[in-house]
Design a protein around this ligand. Sequence first.
Ligand code: GLC
Length: 427
Amino acid sequence: MPWKRAVGRVLLVASVALTGFMGSTHPHGEDAVGPRGGGRGPTTLATAGDLTGYLRPLLEDWNRERPGEKVTLVELPDSTDEARSQMITDLRSGQGRYDILNIDVAWTSEFAAAGWIAPLEPDRFALDTFLPPVVGTATYAGRLYAVPYVTNAGMLYYRKDLLEREGERPPRTWAELERQARTVAPKYGVGGYAGQFLPYEGLTVNAAEMVYSAGGSILGDEGERVTVDSPAARAGIGVLARGVRDGWIPEAALTFKEEESRRAFQDGRLLFARNWPYAFAGASGRESKVAGKFGVVPLPGIDGPGTSVLGGSSLAVGTHARYPASAKDLIAHLTGEPVQRRVLTEGSLPPVRASLYEDPELVRRFPYLPALRASVLSAAPRPKSPRYEQVSLVVQAVTHDAMAQHQGPGAAVRRLADELAAVTRRG
Ligand code: GLC
């Protein structure tokens, strides 16, 4: 601990002890295992970009109620990869400027294994009220390292108006989507389909969904075995490669992250888009050209609905957090029912609390909730591996090459299998 911080801590602890703020008078009593003991005071919360701009006002309410435990929001870049690397830089420096980290579910194991985040007491957080698959994304080696905060599943956004005019229903299979993208989209001068195809974590998600939705897998046995070399993976990656080759996936989509695909869809430039539920708010908003003209359904598959990758983020306490007791109280607050409701109504993000998906008032306002619930419950995690980051980089690179027509899908999937085998052998 840098000496300034150490001295500061002693003074602060002394002053809070004097004001009688700590101890058994606090509603939650003493905190069990603070990474650096208990302690209450101000915190910082680091998160990837808040795309719907709801979080600051939400935290201001907490700050009004707990002036001695104010939280400062640190917004990192939108892309999950960039947010991750900035968090890691801070964690590695030992400065611990971020007390609470809103980490992508993709990074839980890595952060926990590196000792950057501290284990938490499960009893504190009413985990049995969460959607079941969500809790698994926050555990590592049998312990809870974060509390799920938002969940996520990929959905298919489609232009209801255009499909209805053609007497078509939203596609349930990739073959139907491909046919409609080829025939309907050009009639209306719009692109066929886009997802998140820039090489970054988003492309790993899109590629995994294609492979899973075709009935394949990427790794087995906790990352020990490479299972991707299959007809299903070739079929799944093949759809994406063919889409670009045949023009129903616009070439520009090879540079899209979430925000670019959201804008393309809400500006009326696409018949279909794969995106997360947060895009619903923009597409129904005042600036949208497609408000009232679109629908949202589960992702297509081979013979029926496909499989989404389970996304979302969880709140973790950094090992160097200054006031772990305050950090944990804030996490309990943010994952409690009232705030989770606002996560949906103000943030347009999928809450982790199961009951909200069946609340009639919310279902009226957010008609995609039942489809989203089904997608989350049937979603599959990303390939599990202690070297997940390298696995993800390989999946992105190879899928992007196949989509850019540098390699046919068969050769690409074989190369993917070889490169994944090399990654899993390293270690
Ligand atoms: C969303 C998901 C997250 C995923 C990311 C990929 O933020 O919630 O899990 O890794 O998109 O871009």
